[in-house]
Design a protein around this ligand. Structure first.
Ligand code: FA5
Length: 347
């Protein structure tokens, strides 16, 4: 292998590199000179025919040339890449003063908002927040609450039954029709005294209209202690409503019937719009219907394992969904579960 060929390879290649103005041509030249079948590799293959002396000098020389060429190719590649990038940037229009695209941010559903507010207010009054199963047994939904099978009071709440195997001791499985079953469950678990609320979803088999849905939310309240009276209930409810509606709200009791309380009450609160004077919203009565309540029936205390001679208390259950309607002035309950963004985005 003549050394002059090796010698001329360096300046020839450097001159070619100098003239190249694009990355692809540079890459091709690199393969042509330094690649596995390239010129330099080819020259090195002939080394075996040289004398030992020449082998050494040729080897050293070839290695030096290889390193120089590698460095020249790398420098040129770097230069061409930078040039390509700056040309690309020149053609791309990027206006840093243009306003960004505002990301869509979701928000809490109005029902959850009011539920959290109610929970907050009751927590501050020392109530614990409880939960219970939505698929209930007939026992907890009815019998345990002093509503035996075939009692006409069962007709007050039309029920969805679940066609599934169940423990006959507890009756069939039902979608709970109210949050009241959690009263007995909590009494059995924690005993007296008790101070709880139970927000939760309930289900009834009934025709829907602007104020009735088949799935809605209730909040149950239960307070069991010694020397408890309905005056405590009035105080707690007026505090809740006054804080929730941010205006003075008055509560009134009327007699009502629920098998699990005695005496039983219907609770109304003063109309928010006319403050009790009478207007279209309250049908000129000055009052809004709010919920059922009463002193816990002794049979219910017994179901919960609490001695009615030692403890007494009151319970209530209101429709959270209807409260949300009043809070935001919504005129159809079905909108709340509709998932229609045109409605939900207003809150
Ligand atoms: C009950 O469910 C009783 N468990 C309440 C109770 C608890 C009384 C503890 C005594 C002691 P009622 O069926 O009236 O009662 O329902 C309570 C509230 O749920 C009603 O005042 C109403 O606000 C709401 N409600 C009832 N049915 C529907 C419905 N179909 N759609 C929306 N809200 C409803």
């Amino acid at each position: 292998m003549p050394a002059s060929t090796l010698q001329s390879l360096l300046p020839e290649t450097l001159a070619k590199i100098e003239k190249i103005s694009d990355l692809k041509t540079l890459e091709n030249l690199e393969v042509e000179v330094l690649g596995r079948k390239g010129k330099l590799t080819d020259m090195l293959r002939g080394i075996k025919d040289l004398s030992d002396d020449k082998k050494k000098t040729f080897g050293q020389e070839a290695n030096k040339i290889k390193l120089e060429l590698e460095s020249a190719f790398a420098q040129k590649r770097d230069k061409l890449e930078k040039k390509a990038l700056s040309e690309k940037l020149k053609t791309e229009i990027f206006d840093i003063t243009e306003p960004g695209i505002k990301p869509e941010v979701g928000h809490v559903h109005p029902l959850s908002k009011v539920q959290w507010e109610v929970e907050n207010i009751f927590s501050q009054m020392g109530f614990a927040i409880m939960d219970g199963p939505e698929i209930e047994s007939e026992y907890f939904n009815f019998e345990g609450l002093n509503i035996p099978a075939h009692h006409p009071a069962r007709d007050m709440q039309d029920t969805f039954f679940i066609d599934k195997e169940h423990d006959p001791k507890f009756g069939k499985l039902v979608l709970r029709t109210h949050t009241s079953p959690v009263q007995v469950r909590t009494m059995q678990k924690y005993g007296a005294p008790l101070r709880i609320i139970v927000p939760g979803r309930v289900f009834r088999y009934e025709a829907t209209d602007a104020s009735h849905d088949t799935t809605f939310d209730q909040v149950e309240g239960l307070l069991i202690d010694k020397n408890i009276s309905l005056a405590h209930l009035k105080g707690v409810l007026e505090e809740l409503l006054t804080r929730l509606f941010r205006q003075k709200v008055v509560v009134r009791f009327r007699p009502g019937y629920f098998p699990f309380v005695e005496p039983g009450l219907e609770v109304d609160f003063s109309c928010l719009l006319c403050e009790g004077k009478g207007c279209r919203v309250c049908k000129h009565s000055g009052w809004m219907e709010f919920m059922g309540a009463g002193m816990v029936h002794e049979n219910v205390l017994k179901s919960g394992g609490i001695d009615p001679k030692e403890y007494q208390g009151w319970a209530f259950g209101f429709g959270l969904t209807r409260l949300v309607l009043m809070r935001y002035g919504i005129d159809d309950i079905r909108l709340l579960k509709s998932s229609d963004p045109r409605f939900l985005e207003q809150f």
